[in-house]
Design a protein around this ligand. Sequence first.
Ligand code: TMP
Length: 233
Amino acid sequence: MNKLIYEGKAKQIYTTDDPDIYLQKFKDDATAFNGLKKDKISHKGEINNTISSVIFEYLASKNIPTHFLKKISDDEMLVKKVDIIKVEVVCRNVAAGSLVKKFGFEEGKDLEKPIIEYYLKSDELGDPLFTDEHIYALGLANKSELDVIRKMALFINDLLLKFFKEKNIRLVDFKLEFGKDKNNNIILADEISPDTCRLWDMETNKKLDKDRFRFDLGEVEESYLEIKNRVAG
Ligand code: TMP
């Protein structure tokens, strides 16, 4: 009945009886460095489903259109069917990750204003950083669509900064994906979780996200659970 139509590194997408609704199932599998490092993080599927559900509900309450419909089991949610726009939108508030590695920023330094970056969503090509011009030339989005995406990403950043601050979490950076629904509206899709965000404890700057897995820092599941407890309490 439910047919698997897409499998990514951390999630599967299934059809449902309703042609406008998909089922998004979160896996325990974790990969890093474009699939070079692979393992499982126990209970990650359940934890990320819960965290993403809470965050999507919060964003919807602030008038952000999202694909989220309903959490239906520990590791599954129903979502609106969308055509994913193959642009990964990264928003950064604090220097970390590739900003440090590629451009020599000092890790942990607050950025004067958020930096938005675009990455081509392509496992084969290793998700390269690219520009608005590449996006138009590849026909992935036009200028007015990318303007909407950029504005939404910055607004989501404002909302999430406040949301996480209340939970004593420093939102360092995160990745968003958008899709087009059946009416061609651009809506937020994918997930928002410790897999797709850098989240540091506000007081100690302890990393509570996938960097613990990427760089073998230990306490991986514990950190994901810590975020779940603070976010979904
Ligand atoms: P980066 O510093 O490695 O470029 O990552 C920026 C943010 O994007 C970070 O919060 C992790 C997230 N991210 C993903 O969600 N998927 C990815 O494939 C990568 C490379 C980063």
